[in-house]
Design a protein around this ligand. Structure first.
Ligand code: PLP
Length: 462
């Protein structure tokens, strides 16, 4: 086993760890196997995957139907140039279209969520010229390229922006974040001011081409908008001729209970981007979908965008199989039943832990916002702590959970509870028992205020 540890240290020495100070990238856990909702380390110890890795392994690990589909395509043909087409591309497009709203009709495939958003920017800036500005929101992550980083409101943008890496022409709007309302208002008396402020921005600024938004904010907190938010945003965008780009990279593929999160509010974006669950992370794939108004522009104008691996046959091979699995799962009723159980359990958990400020989410997509004081909402850590490499309370809680066999993804102020959609109620209970213990690490440093945790999702969902 010593040899394995040495090899892992050597790997860390010769590779970059993502989004991290490299001195902290010393010996990543060697994962040797994974099946269902579990993965295993080199000693064979199981861990429950309570965040679907990076909210992408939606169907769990080792799904036989998806593996067979990949094997079959690998045996046939892994790649042809994107100027040709393949049988698997025909099948994948039809499978995806069966879940998309009818207005979203034209697809472009790349290999990541970041590239899906790059594709959206190319479509936007070309079709909306001379308007070129994109409005994003402060609680957001949209990717790692100069465009994705520029759209990103979370702390990762700040060091990159200083270097001149990010594209220009991006502005930030307030979030629909009731736990910490940027207007210090309370729903419903607030009159959804966060959406109405966009009206003011669009009217006062000029040259605005698009708004990009995660329907339910992912990494940055599983922030569920109030029901009026997206219908109102849609109406404001239409009035100003601004495209609405829904970044469904995390929220797509039944993560929130419906095929796409925008389906909860019956709102159709002009452009939808997705990745991750599209193949349940069995192959890398990004997807940008345009409505006909955007798509038609390119009939007589150059679509000046593409990649060597666009429409990669092996990447596409997982799509029809994954979609068939999602449909089967949705029809079985398991997802709905377990989502209700998960919600109930998380609310109970929040009652027992002083360090949980707010519990919110929908479907299999939940967040626990970790605070030092529930009454003042003082956080343990800020965006600045993340950038400057300070120890994070969320990381301490996640480390305690990991020690006990549970993986939960920490961010600077929240924990991600997003298990594979195949998880059973019993597996949720096992995970919750471990999380219950691990959260005591946070409680030990939080103040006992005697007030309950906020449950902002209660009024978000009808
Ligand atoms: C909402 C959102 N958009 C874009 C991305 C970027 O996707 P990728 O990491 O596949 O490039 C992510 C990744 O977590 C994401 O959550």
């Amino acid at each position: 086993m010593n040899d394995v540890n040495q090899d892992v240290r050597k790997l860390a020495e010769h590779t970059f760890g993502t989004w991290n100070w490299q001195k902290a990238w010393q010996a990543p856990m060697l994962v040797t196997d994974a099946e269902g909702v579990n993965f295993y380390d080199a000693q064979g110890k199981p861990y429950i995957d309570f965040s679907s890795m990076l909210v992408c392994s939606n169907l769990g690990h080792k799904n036989p139907a998806i593996i067979d589909a990949i094997k079959e395509q690998a045996g046939k043909m892994c790649y042809v140039a994107p100027g040709f087409t393949t049988e698997i591309a025909l099948e994948a497009v039809e499978a995806i279209r069966s879940l998309l709203p009818p207005g979203l009709s034209k697809l472009f495939f790349s290999t990541s969520g970041t590239e899906a958003n790059d594709g959206a920017l190319a479509m936007t800036r070309l079709s909306q010229a001379p308007a070129y500005k994109v409005v994003s929101r402060y609680h957001s992550f949209h990717g790692a390229t100069p465009a994705g980083m520029a759209f990103t409101g979370d702390p990762r943008r700040i060091p990159m922006e200083r270097t001149g890496y990010t594209v220009n022409g991006v502005m930030f709007a307030p979030d629909c974040y009731c736990y910490r309302c940027p207007f210090n208002l309370t729903y419903p008396e607030c009159h959804t001011q966060c959406a109405r402020y966009l009206d003011y921005m669009f009217a006062e600024d000029g040259n605005i081409a698009a708004l990009i938004a995660e329907p339910v904010v992912g990494t940055n907190g599983r922030i569920v908008p109030v029901p009026e938010y997206f219908p109102l945003v849609r109406e404001i965008c239409d009035r100003h001729g601004v495209l609405l780009i829904a970044d469904e990279v995390m929220t797509g593929w039944y993560r929130t209970g419906k095929a796409f999160a925008m389906d909860h509010w019956n709102v159709q974006p002009d452009i939808l981007t997705t990745a991750k669950g599209c193949t349940s992370a069995y192959t890398p794939l990004g997807l940008t979908v345009a409505n006909s108004a955007v798509a038609d522009y390119f009939d007589n104008n150059l679509f000046c965008h593409g990649h060597t691996y666009a429409y990669h046959a092996l990447a596409l091979s997982a799509v029809p199989a994954a979609i068939a699995e999602y449909k089967k799962l949705a029809a079985s009723g398991l997802m709905e039943e377990v989502a209700a159980h998960l919600k109930k359990k998380l609310f109970q958990l929040a009652d027992n832990h002083d360090c949980i400020g707010d519990v919110r989410g929908m479907g299999h997509f939940w967040g626990l916002e970790i605070v030092k004081n529930r009454s003042t909402k003082e956080p343990f850590n800020t965006k600045q702590d993340k950038i400057t490499g300070q120890p994070l309370m969320t990381a301490k809680i996640a480390a305690a959970a990991m020690q006990a066999g549970l993986y939960v993804m920490p961010w600077y102020d929240n924990l991600t509870i997003a298990p594979p959609l195949i998880i059973t109620a019993e597996e949720v209970d096992q995970a919750m028992a471990i999380l219950d213990e691990a959260l005591k690490v946070g409680d030990a440093e939080a103040e006992a205020t005697g007030i309950p945790a906020s449950r902002s999702s209660e009024f978000y969902q009808s």
